[in-house]
Design a protein around this ligand. Structure first.
Ligand code: BES
Ligand code: ZN
Length: 375
């Protein structure tokens, strides 16, 4: 009897402790340099070395690196009591504010940003040149914000070399934040640490779009009704590292987010095809995406279609994962996108790379911010 009771108690304790990854296992593996990866939504995470992780990417196996956020996400899930409330998005009504600002967006200015971004040997998140790229974006955004009231540019540090950057514009009133994101890092899959990875399209294009929109809004002295943030993420290519860290932090802090738009690859259309915006339909908010389609109709000179990554292919997925409304307008129909990414060939000289096209995405990002945050 005694032993039976003991057995039952033991079994119960084992059950209670049946968290997928135990603390001791976690600490030992992290100390050994292993990374905890989720290969599929809802699947048990697995431990891999950095080399194995790179090989997975080469093999085309998708994954999220959840090492940094694992415990925090488990806690968040356990504490989550109410479902996220559904946001309604407005109809377009601020043409008078948006149209003159669109005129200020400049291809020459974007070219200047991208020339600098592609000049780093790579922007790999574990390399010193990846950190140099953070410094460049931080310094550029800081210079644009200099002397402007209510604008702060901050570094968001992670467990690796590169850091993310958040440029925050105060709203006239408090309120949920409208976020425009892109990832600053690039990668050469054949030689991540030292290989050449200009990352002109992936994601130099989105990174320059954000800088250009931030330039136009700060120079115009734009004061939003509610807060706006530009977020340049570190370590996206390592498994959405920077954005998972930030989105998890926002969820932990109870920060309200009105909308999140990710610009990741905005400059390429395969020769012979017609340039258009392709809205991802997975890992996004459908209401927000519908609103953005109306922005394309109103403000862009190109049309749109839809597509699916089929996995968490960029930083919008980190926000979606944390219960926030996110979206991803992409450069072209999924499957006909730039074949040169993740290599030394991702340059502006690729046949099909177009600053004129990327300017349309800058217009979309700017219109998104001003329509959602004008009084
Ligand atoms: N920009 C790509 C994602 C992408 C590529 C979307 C082609 C649509 C078409 C992104 O930077 C990337 O490479 N993401 C990783 C996912 C990440 C979780 C490691 C990928 O797709 O392998
Ligand atoms: Zn990318």
């Amino acid at each position: 009897m005694q032993s039976l009771l003991g057995f039952v108690l033991l079994a119960l304790t084992a059950l209670a402790a049946a968290v997928p990854v135990a603390r001791s296992e976690y600490d030992t593996n992290v100390a050994a340099g292993l990374r905890l990866l989720r290969l599929e939504k809802g699947a048990e995470p697995v431990w891999k070395s950095e080399d194995e992780k790179l090989q997975l990417k080469i093999d085309g196996q998708n994954f999220l690196d959840i090492t940094e956020v694992y415990e925090r996400s488990e806690k968040l899930a356990a504490n989550k009591k109410v479902a996220a409330k559904k946001v309604n998005y407005p109809s377009i009504s601020h043409q008078d504010a948006v149209n003159p600002l669109l005129e200020d967006l400049s291809i020459d200015s974007m070219k200047g940003y991208l020339t600098k971004l592609t000049s780093f040997n790579n922007r790999y998140y574990r390399s010193s040149t990846g950190r140099d790229a953070s410094d460049y974006i931080f310094n550029t955004a800081t210079a644009l914000a200099r002397g402007k009231d209510g604008i702060t540019v901050s570094a968001f540090n992670h467990s690796f070399t590169q850091y993310s950057i958040i440029a925050h514009i105060d709203g006239a009133s408090d309120g949920p934040v409208t976020i425009l994101g892109g990832h600053m890092d690039s990668i050469n899959l054949r030689s991540a640490m030292s290989g050449r990875a200009p990352g002109a399209d992936d994601d130099g294009s989105g990174t320059m779009n954000l800088l250009e929109i931030f330039r136009v809004l700060t120079e115009a002295g734009y004061t939003p009704a509610t807060p706006v943030e530009f977020q340049w993420y570190a370590g996206e290519e390592g498994g959405l590292l920077g954005s998972q860290d930030i989105a998890t932090q926002y969820a932990e802090d109870g920060v309200e987010v009105y909308a999140m738009m990710q610009l990741d690859m905005t400059a390429y259309t395969a020769p012979g095809r017609t340039p258009h915006v392709s809205f991802m339909t997975d890992n996004v908010d459908s209401g927000l995406t519908t609103f953005e389609k109306s922005l394309v109709d109103e403000y862009l000179s190109i049309g749109y279609d839809t597509g699916r990554c089929g996995y968490g292919c960029s930083d919008h997925a980190s926000w979606n994962e944390n219960g926030y409304p996110s979206s991803m307008p992409f450069e072209t129909t999924f499957g006909t996108d730039n074949p040169n990414i993740h290599s030394a060939s991702d340059t502006v000289n690729v046949n099909g790379f177009s600053f004129e096209q990327s300017l349309e995405f800058a217009k979309l990002g700017l219109a998104y911010i001003v329509e959602l945050t004008s009084a």
